[in-house]
Design a protein around this ligand. Structure first.
Ligand code: SDX
Length: 437
């Protein structure tokens, strides 16, 4: 829980002269927060903050971001150290339980995950109901929500053991669901988990294997995917995590809450940006137009075009994940050789990055490449279709969403989220019979 500082702020209502002192709550890192919970009762005003640009919706111990310095840590460990030393399995344990696991703890966790990787066989028929060209994110939103139909009776959101089981089930089943979305889109047979493989290698197996041909991706590809899963695992109170918290605050099923979060992540302004980056780069390559044309469009207020993969609500410095993933991108494409069809895309991306970082419009607005700018190129380079990019982002962020859901549900002070509004519509008026309108 945050602690009271000895600081307060005073608000004076200059129409009534009434003054109130509001306590400043301080955390362990980052700015303090003004506790405004008594404001409406004392002064009769709500606060107004569309987009929650300056609003802390909760206090949390999970992830910290310093947007000005470009810092990101999970449970206090800097993302650079986790990316350099850890695995996605270990990061999942760290996020869920708050500490890096001992060997026995990690083994117990990974064994529990392996127990729950299969989907009920009836889910195959569920998938067969989709149109042949269904977007994988639409299938993922629906499939995760449908899991509530298989486990609804078993989940008691007020019981920590039941919450942990639901979390393990979801973390375990997401690679199976993600791979089935991919295989359905290709018209290929679904693969089942291979419990002899670790989490990330098994996901790649389910993505790429065909009957009679077990695909063993190179260690570079497994490591690249594992790093991408680590880098996307959590990111504080972003739009999709806030969606999961708000949905879960009504005591809804965690499967329903995650389905809502996946829907929010799908948006191109959020997790859908990695797909939008590739679509943008391909459009630029195909147009043959100079990059300056696109830079000009990105600056044009009358043009909805934005440079996908640039800018961030919180980072007003380089996204630390982008720095890490940029190197992976280069290493992977060096390994894949010059004839890799993605080389032109990476060259355009590098040129775009260089121009944007030197352009005063972007510099003034502190618009830097974010994690999505490079992740799309890596996925493209390892043969994952564009429509699957955000599916993999959702797979990775599942642990973050569940950790926030568990943190909220274990908080005795947690209550249903219900924001208020500034009403600017009609004041009360009388109904008019249709003949008099
Ligand atoms: C993710 O929250 C998270 O943590 C998200 C995420 C996570 O891990 O969960 O990090 C993942 O969502 C990363 C962001 C991916 N989205 C994109 O790459 C899409 C492109 N980016 C923009 O849509 C935008 O930058 C946002 C949505 C990311 C942030 O928008 P904000 O904070 O609301 O900023 P804004 O729209 O108020 O922009 C401020 C100014 C505006 O210009 P002015 O009105 O001041 O003249 O910057 C401009 C914007 O027009 N601007 C851009 C731009 N992004 C902002 N101009 C051109 N290209 C862009 N990409």
């Amino acid at each position: 829980m945050s602690s009271q500082s000895n600081k307060t702020v005073t608000i004076t209502d200059n129409t009534t002269g009434k003054q109130i002192k509001l306590p400043v709550l301080k955390g362990t890192d980052g700015p303090g927060t003004i506790d405004i919970r008594s404001l409406y009762k004392e002064l009769g005003y709500f606060t107004f903050d569309p987009g929650f640009m300056s609003t802390a919706s909760c206090d949390s111990k999970i992830t910290f971001i310093d947007g000005g310095e470009g810092r990101l840590s999970y449970r206090g460990y800097p993302i650079e150290q986790l990316a350099g030393n850890s695995t996605y399995d270990e990061v999942c344990y760290l996020l869920l339980y708050g500490e890096l696991p001992k060997t026995t703890q990690l083994l117990s966790y990974t064994n529990s995950i392996k127990e729950h990787k299969l989907l009920d066989e009836k889910m195959r028929r569920f998938f067969l109901g989709f149109r042949h060209d269904a977007h994988p994110m639409a299938m993922m939103v629906a499939s995760v929500g449908a899991l509530a139909a298989f486990y609804h009776e078993e989940v008691d959101v007020h019981d920590p053991v039941s919450r942990e089981l639901a979390a393990h089930r979801l973390i375990a089943k997401m690679p199976t669901i993600a791979s089935w979305c991919y295989k359905f889109a290709l018209g290929q047979p679904f693969n089942y988990p291979n419990l002899d493989l670790d989490y990330t290698a098994d996901f790649l197996h389910m993505l790429y294997s065909m009957p009679g041909r077990l695909r063993k991706p190179t260690p570079t590809i497994v490591r690249a995917m594992d790093l991408i899963l680590i880098l996307h695992a959590d990111h504080e109170q972003n739009a999709s995590t806030s969606t999961v918290r708000l949905t879960g605050s009504s005591e809804a099923s965690p499967f329903a809450a995650l389905s809502a979060g996946i829907g929010s992540l799908w948006g191109p302004a959020h997790g859908g940006a990695n797909e939008a980056v590739i679509v943008m780069l391909k459009e630029i390559v195909a147009s043959g137009k100079d990059l300056s044309h696109y830079i000009a469009r990105a600056k044009d207020k009358d043009d909805r075009f934005r440079l996908m993969g640039f800018g961030h609500r919180v980072y007003k410095n380089y996204d630390p994940r982008a720095k890490i993933i940029r190197q992976i991108c280069h290493d992977l494409l060096d390994e894949l050789g010059d004839d890799n069809p993605n080389k032109p895309l990476l060259k355009i991306a590098m040129d775009l990055e260089k121009i944007a970082l030197e352009d005063k419009y972007f510099i003034k607005r502190k618009l830097y490449p974010n994690v999505d700018f490079y992740s799309g190129i890596i996925f493209q380079a390892i043969g994952i279709p564009v429509s699957m990019f955000t599916v993999i982002f959702a797979l990775s962020r599942t642990v973050g969403w569940l950790t926030h859901w568990m943190e909220m549900m274990s908080d005795p002070e947690a209550r249903i989220g219900r924001p208020r509004q500034l009403y600017t519509g009609y004041t009360e008026r009388d109904y008019l019979d249709i003949n008099k309108r």
